[in-house]
Design a protein around this ligand. Structure first.
Ligand code: ADP
Ligand code: ZN
Ligand code: ZN
Length: 656
């Protein structure tokens, strides 16, 4: 008799044994359906053998084998086990995020073709050449390509990939989903004709599986994709590239909350592949590792396509009336006269942000979440950006009946309206996730902009990240400090990096590039140094602050979020968790300077989402093994009562 060991996408540490019925062919690496309790579920076969299991319960047979071929092997199983010990999930949960069909993917942006940039290799500048040589030297394993915006990082990655492939090895190329959707994937397809797999979220599960199997069979040399492409089953990887390393989208927002950078470090260390990250604004974690020499820094200090770094001006909005300052208006006018183009960036969609009553102080918030509703003029609705619920807009206070009410705070819809009013002759287009809901809009808008059929493109990060438009001479950042008020120790870092990245779209092919940074906090150091492009000063200052306050990269954190629809239950749970954690920590014999600390319990800054009340505890230690031990012991000891849930996040990037 043959038996199979099966794992599930469920929080169960152990495997389950099933009988392989006579005549059924079932191997490690296949998905199967099996009876579990009263249900039939999908499982992953991680071992087969003839040794009779010792369990006393009655074994059931496998119902059906899903896959014709093996879709994963020992390598993936090992990686899943490693992930399970790092992220405190089950190995089955880890496996399910790695392989296609294990999980649903989220956002589905359109894939954009771009012929113009499908071009031939550039002759490298000396800085680029040095970087490619270093990456391919085989001397070290970790590199960081630190280059200003427009310095030709892509070309370095592509040529390093070419050399790696010429040496008989394979390449994983990670990019944020948002940049995968345009220019890059076609460029890669062209250069590595036929030997490329692209893993993006617009693929159906079947298409994804087809790409996955091409990779497994060794039919491709290079795989390009977003976060989950870090699991691509390439044989003999020689190079892993992480473009835009600072991007938060490399961290998974649902369990297991893995970071692609962390997985890439691990894959690089077990396979011997070189890992090269790149950005104009490295994360402070990466900056710190460069300083300590763990990662070798390679610099590209200049723009390469004939442009120079833009001139940046900061405008204090305190003294302005509309959302577009007089200075920004003046700059827009002069760029339009020269028949050049403008990008206006604002990280908030919708029309306006708050509805409030000036008589009684009432604010309109979502019934299910502790956030204000955003007024969307096009849809004539007040919308919650967290749960999507909406209400009809009102003109009298629902609480006291006063007519003295107002809307305040501006979003992209309002900027569009204001821009069209001030520049009636200009062709204005808006691009944000609302506009992108209609199929094909993203591609058409970006194509039109590139072809000069739009003068002013405004929108959220969709217009600002990784894009390369030769005609852009002016970038206006409508509100640079919008993230500064968030209660998160990374608020400064995010603000700084966003200003630099968005500014980087201006003047890539000319010497007249300008940026106007609008802000209510011109003295804030992230705003000031972001505008000055002074990354060294910013990182040094911010690192000193992190060291003083005990935050990463000087400590490691884990975050526990407790949630329930029952407010009392969740408070009680957080309170008990606090007691248990104190006991666990005092039972562990750790050097006093490495002792784990508990921050909280406190209500999450987003105290309620979709009807769930949320509390959190942050655990912190300078020692990662101790942090992990404390967090793991806690997760092992605590069984949430019915109707309550615990989420665990190791190295969280989001504390809201
Ligand atoms: P980054 O990613 O560093 O912001 P990109 O890789 O987008 O910069 O490159 C900016 C532009 O420079 C692109 O249009 C690219 O084709 C061009 N480019 C890259 N390398 C060279 C080179 N050696 N000579 C001329 N142009 C180059
Ligand atoms: Zn009122
Ligand atoms: Zn809501």
């Amino acid at each position: 008799m043959e038996y199979a060991e099966v794992m599930f996408n469920a929080p169960m540490q152990q495997t389950y044994t099933y009988i392989i019925p006579e005549g059924m062919i079932c191997k490690t690496g296949q998905r199967v359906t099996v009876p579990l309790g009263r249900r039939t579920v999908t499982g992953f076969v991680v071992h087969t053998g003839t040794a009779a299991p010792t369990e006393s319960y009655v074994l059931k047979p496998i119902s059906r084998v899903i896959d014709k071929e093996q879709i994963f092997d020992e390598g993936e199983i090992e990686l899943a086990k490693w992930m399970s010990s790092l992220y405190l999930c089950s190995p089955g949960e880890a496996l399910s995020v790695m392989i296609p069909g294990g999980r649903r993917d989220s956002a589905i942006p359109a894939l954009i073709a771009d012929d113009e940039f499908a071009g031939n290799p550039h002759a490298l500048t000396s800085h680029q050449e040095e970087a490619v040589n270093a990456i391919c030297s085989g001397e070290k394993s970790l590199y960081y390509l630190f280059g200003v915006t427009g310095s030709g990082k892509t070309e370095v990655f592509l040529q390093a990939a070419e050399r790696t492939i010429a040496a008989g090895k394979t390449v994983i190329y990670l990019v944020p989903e948002i940049t995968l959707t345009h220019q890059l994937s076609d460029q890669v397809k062209n250069r590595f004709a036929g030997r490329v797999a692209v893993l993006h979220s617009a693929l159906t599960p079947t298409q994804r599986l087809i790409e996955w199997m091409r990779i497994r069979r060794g039919e491709v040399d290079i795989t390009i994709g977003a976060r989950s492409a870090v699991f691509a089953p390439l044989r003999n990887p020689g190079l892993i590239i992480i473009d835009e390393e600072h991007e938060n989208s490399y961290k998974s927002g649902s369990s297991p909350r893995y970071h692609a950078r962390q997985i890439a470090f691990h894959r690089s260390s077990i396979s011997g592949a070189a890992l090269v990250m790149g950005s104009a604004t490295p994360s402070l974690e990466a900056w710190h590792l460069m300083k300590t020499g763990r990662i070798q820094r390679l610099e590209l200090p200049e723009r390469v396509s004939g442009g120079s770094m833009p001139k940046v001006e900061v405008v204090d909005m305190t003294f302005e009336e509309g959302a577009i300052s007089r200075k920004l208006q003046q700059e827009i006018r002069s760029v339009l006269q020269k028949k050049r183009q403008v990008i206006l960036f604002l990280n908030r969609r919708g029309f306006s942000y708050f509805f409030h009553c000036k008589t009684c102080g009432y604010e309109m918030t979502c019934n299910h979440c502790s956030v204000s509703l955003t007024y969307h003029k096009e849809r004539e609705r007040m919308v919650c950006h967290y749960c999507g619920q909406s209400k009809r807009p009102v003109s009298v206070c629902p609480d006291c009946g006063s007519l003295d009410v107002g809307y305040s705070g501006f979003g992209t819809e309002m900027i569009e309206e204001e821009t069209a009013k001030i520049f009636p002759q200009a062709r204005v287009a808006r691009l944000d996730t609302d506009a992108a809901k209609n199929k094909g809009v993203v591609k058409k808008t970006l194509d039109d902009f590139k072809n000069g059929e739009i003068d002013i493109l405004l929108g959220t990060q969709m217009v600002a990240k990784g894009l390369n438009f030769p005609g852009v001479d002016l970038v206006g950042i409508v509100l640079a400090d919008s993230a500064l008020h968030l209660p998160d120790f990374r608020a400064q870092e995010r603000t700084f990096s966003l200003i630099l990245q968005v500014s980087g779209r201006s003047g890539r092919f000319s010497h007249d590039g300008k940026v106007v940074v609008q802000t209510y906090r011109p003295d804030n150091s992230a705003v000031r140094l972001g505008a000055a492009g002074d990354i060294v000063q910013f990182c040094e200052q911010e690192l000193a602050m992190r060291q003083m306050t005990g935050f990463p990269p000087y400590t490691r954190l884990s975050r526990l979020v407790f949630r329930s629809r029952d407010k009392k239950k969740v408070e009680k749970m957080a309170d008990q968790a606090d007691k248990i954690l104190h006991r666990i920590i005092s039972d562990i014999d750790s050097p006093s300077d490495q002792k784990a600390e508990i921050l909280g319990p406190v209500e999450c800054p987003l105290a309620k989402i979709s009807g769930n009340f949320r509390w959190q505890i942050i655990i912190r230690s300078v020692s990662f093994p101790i942090l992990r031990l404390v967090t793991a012991s806690f997760m092992n000891q605590v069984k949430p009562v019915s109707g309550t849930f615990i989420e665990v996040d190791i190295d969280p990037v989001n504390l809201l």
